[in-house]
Design a protein around this ligand. Sequence first.
Ligand SMILES: *Cc1c(COP(=O)(O)O)cnc(C)c1O
Length: 397
Amino acid sequence: MDELAINGGKPVFDKKIGYGHQYIDDADIQAVVDVLKSDFLTCGPKIEEAEKKLCKITGSKYAVLIANGTAALHATMFAAGIGPGDEVITTPITFAASANCAIYCGAKPIFADINPETYNIDPASIEAKITNNTKAVVAVDFTGQAVEVDKIRAICDKHNLIFIEDAAHSLGTKYNGKPVGSLADMTEFSFHPVKTCTAGEGGAITTNNEEFYKRLVLFRTHGITRSQELMDKESEGGWYYQQVDLGYNYRMTDIQAALLSSQLDKLEIFGKRRKELVKHYDEAFSTMPEIVVQREIAESDTVRHLYIIQLNLDLLKCSRREVFDALQAEGVGVNVHYIPVYSFPYYQKLGYKMGECPNAEKLYERIVSIPLYYSLTDEEQEKVIEAVKKVISYYKK
Ligand SMILES: *Cc1c(COP(=O)(O)O)cnc(C)c1O
C-alpha cells in the first residue's frame, strides 16, 4: 500500500485543490465590464434583470436582490415582524447566519435536531420545540437537499408560524417537481463564491406574498419609500420620499447583479454537472462500509452544493481529525460543514447547553466535506476518490 502523504509519502495531488470553487467565463466578465462602462453602478437595470430571472427559475412571484445571504435572512425576519420575545426554530447544522438573524431582531433562536440520515432538520423535533412564543421556522436545505417541505408546511399552518427556507445551498433543487424558492413563505438564497451561482457577494429572497415583498424592499433601503401610493397621496414635489420604518443599506450593486444574471444563465449546466459528480461519488463510496453516504428523500431532486462523507468511526482506528489531516496532506480540499451553531462561545455565553441536539452533535464528529464544484474534472474526481480510499484503507480496523 502507498505511504500516506502525511507520513512522508507522495501526495495524490501535486497541487492542492479546493473543496469549492467559482466558475467564471468570458460572458460573466463581459457582463461586469459592460456595467462598469454604463451609467449605473448601483440601483440600475441589472438588479431587475437578475430578479426577473430568479422569479422565472424559482417560479415565484417576487424576488428581491440584496447585499448577501445574511442580509437576506435578516430581511425575512423584518418582513415576518419578528421581535423581542419571539422564538425562531432552526437547525444547528448550518452556517451561523441562519440563527444569528433572529438575534439581530431581538428574538431567540431555538435549535431543533436533525434527521441522522438526511442531515436536514427533523420535522418531529421542530414540533417538539414549539412554544407560545414561536413565530417562525428557518429550515435549511442542507447541502442542497430540500427539507421535508410538506411536513414543515403542515406544522407551520397548524401553529400559525411563518415558514422561511434557507436555500443558500439549494438553488436549482426541486421538491416534488416544484423549484425551491416557490415552496416556503419566504426563501433566502446566497451568491457567495462557493455557492452554485455567484455574485462575488450577494443574496436574494423570493416570495409569493405581496406584503412580505413590500417590506423586504423597504428594509433593503433604509426603510425609505417613494412608492406610487405615497407620491399620489402626500408628495410635496419631485424630491419627495419618506422613511416609514428602520431599514439598512443592504443594496446589491449592478456590478454584482450583472455577474449574477450571467451566472444564472448557466444554472442548468452547473446543476447537471453537480448531479453527475454526486452520482459518481455515491457509487464509489456506497460500497465502502467505513463511509456513510447522505440519504436523499425521494421528493428532492437535488442540485448538491456540498458533498459530505460521514465516517463510520466504529470501523476506523482514528477520529475524524486524522482523516481530515491525511486528506489535506494528499492535496484534497476538505472542510467541515458545520460546527453546531449553539456550541460556539457566543451561544454558550447566551446560555445554550451542549446535548441539546444529540443527532447534530454526533454527526459533527463524523463528517468531512470533499471537493464538489462545476469545473472539477472527471480525472480530479477519480483522484479525490483514490485519496479517500488510500486514507480509509490505512486507518480501517
Ligand atoms: C452561505 C450561507 C448563508 C449566508 O450567506 P452569505 O451570502 O455568506 O451571507 C446562510 N445560510 C447558509 C446555510 C449558508 O451556507
